[in-house]
Design a protein. Sequence first.
Length: 321
Amino acid sequence: MTPVLVTGGSGYLGTQLIAALLKSGRSVRTTVRSTARGPELRAAVRRGGADDSGLEIVAADLMTDDGWPAAVAGCDEIHHVASPIPIAQPDDPDELIVPARDGALRVLRAARDASARRVVLTSSFAAVGYSRKPGAEYTEDDWTDPDTPGLAPYPRSKAIAERAAWDLMNGAGGDTELVVLNPTGIFGPTLTTELRSSTQLIKMMLDGTMSVAPRQRFGIVDVRDVADLHLRAMAEPTAAGKRYLAVADGPTLSFLEIAGILRRRLGPLAALAPTQEAPGEDPPRPIIHNERAVTELGWRPGPAETTVVETAESLWELGLL
């Protein structure tokens, strides 16, 4: 059986996806910007309960063509996970837009040139629901308009990158299929000791850095469920050419509600979690539909509350609090 390629394997989602693939019996090749990160990546995968002997680590950067032909060689299945996600928005939007767009196109061209069967690309709900819509109810038919006034660089980058990916693959003329996943805020246990955006937010709640909760409402999905959805999207023949929203069942949450979950479930560990919300008008509470993934792919996401609690517990277990 040919190896599966996972781009950005050292990341929050990448390590969980690699662990899931290895545990399913697949051999995995993964890209990192520097192979010096190899030992740390292998340790993370082992934390996920996987045997890393089936893992090959190669160097490839989203900002250069070097290494990508070798990375995709012999891989029929490619999971493109790598993309920049900041804790704070940069002053120059191109710091996010260029690597997100050009990196996706670089991977897709390499996949097409190597006649890969399918690419499953991690996009984001940011490419779906960051333009105002009456009722704030979203499905895979919705798109964020990158020209929305005041749109932050991150959602703009995700919308531009995903549009570019579809434009390339719909006009490529090759046989490589594209499937796109659009997860909401990804939380859940971390296998890495390097904190990423969502785990940083939970840490900030627990250590008191976030003393007042931002006034925002959003969907949550478990990182392990996104990894599972990647596997399902790769395996299902009818998924070709489709987008899939990934969000836990139930209502979307606010930062203050997440803080309340942490206080209720973790007691003294969450004593510093915020109890106040920033002043201002309540934003709409979005309704985000996951029926396509559930009905077409048999996906069964776990509850958001469990995900929030297990995010915090993993930080504690890894000594990151």
